[in-house]
Design a protein around this ligand. Structure first.
Ligand code: PLP
Length: 391
């Protein structure tokens, strides 16, 4: 066991940005008032939330009153989908490659799950057919959810194109995008105009865990999920996490400002990582080929399938070597079933069992990539040697 951490799991969570930690400190110690109160101390806390709301609105290109602070990305997704179904009684629709925070909600409401293409993007022809079939059956569509960036394989979905299909085939439906993995790679101002609901999570962009954002455009058009004291203009009750909200806004602003430079830096690192893995080990396949003009994937994503190796055994050895990586989404790792995303893409089960997700982020260094690469080569070679000794 080594003490050094080689962190290649930024899609699971990112280290907090020091500026975000610093920004939240006064609200953990000095400014502890409940922001819903009426005294001046409460007003100070409330002002901090208002300023954070302005920052988020600016980065997303929406109005401040369209920004709702929640408790996590999962809550934002759940609110969007359950809130739309509850308001209209209509059907929820999503693709088979969505994060479980969307997929399980759609399934729990008896909704429709649409197949994807081989890159994990919703199949737009199948979506149009499903929406037509629902209309012919006399069923209203409450909401269609299309993720902006896939958390496992890093594919970018053209949300505008998907939204156009929905507007045409189910004009009354709300459009939701799970943009939890997007802020480091996409300008949210280019995504938000196409949707009614957009979910974010602060710990994916250098903010704290336990802070989510739901952009509700031209609302409210959905029911709240959490009801009580009526905070967030009745859209999300519960005393605000003032420190977390302030830190989330700080992290989002920095992420937005640094995005272009970071994409260039991390593209180089990611390409080096994948190219070397393919060159030094037999049977390594880049799950979404980055040079395929038919698909766009984000710079931080290095998802590969390694032939003849089981992810679980590989992750164990990598963990011993200090390398943090994952096989499927963080929530699913630890299970022997191959990921539902790879299954939706049509990846053969045997191949999917060798999946390795390496994800880069704002703290990833050249040394992380170089050392991570060495550790992976050593671990895969060891597993293969062991397998050939047994057989
Ligand atoms: N949606 C996507 C695409 C994610 O990657 C995640 C986190 O893994 C979530 C939703 C859930 O976000 P949170 O961890 O804030 O609940």
């Amino acid at each position: 066991m080594t003490d050094r951490i080689i962190y290649l799991d930024s899609a699971a969570s990112t280290p907090m940005r020091p500026e975000a930690v610093e920004a939240m400190m006064p609200y953990l110690s000095d400014v502890y008032a409940n922001p819903s109160g009426s005294h001046r101390f409460a007003r100070r806390a409330r002002r901090a939330i208002d300023e954070a709301r302005d920052v988020v609105a600016n980065v997303a290109g929406v109005r401040p009153n369209e920004v709702v602070f929640t408790g996590c990305g999962t809550e934002s997704d759940n609110t969007a989908l359950s809130g739309a179904v509850s308001r209209t009684g209509g059907v929820a629709v999503c693709s088979a490659a969505e994060h479980h925070a969307v997929l399980h909600v759609v399934e729990s409401h008896g909704g429709i799950v649409v197949p994807t293409d081989r890159f994990a993007r919703i199949d737009l022809d199948a979506l149009a057919r499903e929406l037509d079939a629902l209309r012919e059956a006399g069923r209203d569509v409450a909401v269609v959810s299309v993720m902006a960036v896939n958390n496992e394989v890093g594919t970018v979905t053209d949300v505008a194109a998907a939204a156009a299909v929905v507007r045409h085939h189910a004009p009354q439906a709300l459009i939701h995008t799970d943009a939890v993995q997007a802020p480091s790679w996409l300008d949210l101002r280019t995504v938000a105009p196409h949707v009614d609901l957009l979910a974010l999570s602060a710990h994916k962009f250098g903010g704290p865990k336990g802070v989510g954002i739901l952009i509700e455009r031209d609302g409210p058009r959905i029911d709240p999920l959490i009801i009580g004291g009526g905070q967030e203009r009745e859209r999300r009750s519960g005393t605000h996490n003032v420190a977390g909200i302030v830190a989330a806004a700080t992290a989002l602003q920095l992420t937005d400002a640094e995005r272009v430079g970071e994409i260039a830096r991390l593209t180089t690192l990611r390409n080096r990582l994948v190219d070397e893995l393919v060159a030094r080990l037999d049977g390594v396949v880049e799950t979404i080929p980055r040079n395929d003009p038919a698909v766009t994937k984000v710079a931080g994503s290095a998802h590969v399938c390694i032939g003849g190796v089981e992810s679980e055994a590989l992750l164990f050895l990598l963990d011993e070597a200090g390398v943090c990586a994952s096989a499927a989404s963080a929530c699913a790792s630890g299970a022997m079933e191959p990921s539902h995303v790879l299954a939706a893409m049509g990846v053969d089960r045997e191949i999917a069992l060798g999946a390795l997700r390496l994800s880069l982020g704002h703290t990833t260094t050249d040394a992380d990539v170089a050392d991570g690469l060495e550790a992976i080569v050593v671990a895969v070679t060891r597993l293969r040697d062991r397998a050939s000794a047994v057989s």
